[in-house]
Write a new protein. Structure first.
Length: 216
């Protein structure tokens, strides 16, 4: 892909009017490969997962990468504060026995271990929940560009910190390359039910969630 073609891509904040097609994009280019989603049955996301992602749009922290009218990438992000781990626990309890409940239960553990608010002495952060790039555009730094733009947007809105739970080795790579701090690493094999059965089993090479943070 030449720089000229990449130059055709413009980033902007997603609005409520974008909800339907942003979700269509995420179904095609995010959920089909995102390790938490494909790491437990059924492979498709729960409706609660989709609703949660869409609930972030009003915060003005979801960005689209557009080539003309076509969505080529998206990052879904929203605010969090010190109550986040507790809220995730409550969401997991509310959805107990479902795929979304299992995923959120894991994210609650990750949130506690990362402990970003004490670690950085901040009281809020903008958190990237989902990052997806069109399969035809992978490996050309569009994902990195979306995270860089999210950092700028977060700063503009007054957030002191950007955080990401990178469930994929590829999002981890781009976060490292952007100079984000790696603050926690949690293996999928460490998340088990009371009988010792692993609850989320993504395919190789994805074996852990790495949490990254960037002071804004
Ligand atoms: N095989 C090997 N390396 C790859 C591949 C691949 N299939 N895809 C990307 N990479 C590498 C890139 O070369 C780059 O590494 P480098 O910095 O060492 O060169 C890195 O992984 C990705 O960097 P970008 O090019 O900036 O990212 P890209 O535009 O390819 O988007 C993304 C990365 C968003 C993770 C994309 O692979 C994707 O949409 N995956 C499916 C959904 C997903 O798993 N999203 C991340 C979940 S975590 C989260 O959402 C916060």
């Amino acid at each position: 892909m030449s720089a000229a073609v990449m130059d055709d891509i413009e980033l902007r904040v997603a609005t409520a009017e974008d909800s339907k097609r942003m979700m269509e994009f995420l179904h095609e280019h995010y959920y089909q490969e995102e390790p938490l989603t494909i790491g437990c049955e059924p492979k498709q996301p729960d409706a609660a997962d989709e609703s949660f992602l869409l609930s972030n749009i009003p915060h003005g922290t979801c960005l689209l990468a557009l080539q003309g009218d076509r969505i080529m990438g998206a990052v879904v992000a929203g605010p969090k504060d010190k109550e986040e781990a507790q809220l995730l626990d409550e969401e997991a309890a509310q959805h107990a026995g479902t795929k979304w409940g299992r995923i959120v239960g894991f994210l609650a553990l990750v949130e506690r271990e990362a402990n970003v608010f004490e670690r950085y002495g901040v009281d809020k952060a903008v958190h990237a929940h989902a990052l997806g790039v069109d399969t035809t555009m992978r490996g050309r730094a569009l994902g990195a560009r979306l995270i860089t733009a999210l950092a700028a947007r977060g700063k503009e809105l007054g957030y002191p910190l950007l955080t990401l739970d990178c469930t994929s080795v590829y999002s981890s790579r781009l976060s490292r390359r952007l100079g984000c701090d790696l603050i926690n690493s949690k293996l999928y094999s460490d998340y088990k039910d009371v009988s010792g059965v692993q609850l989320i089993c993504p395919p190789a090479p994805h074996d852990r969630v790495e949490t990254y943070a960037l002071l804004l």
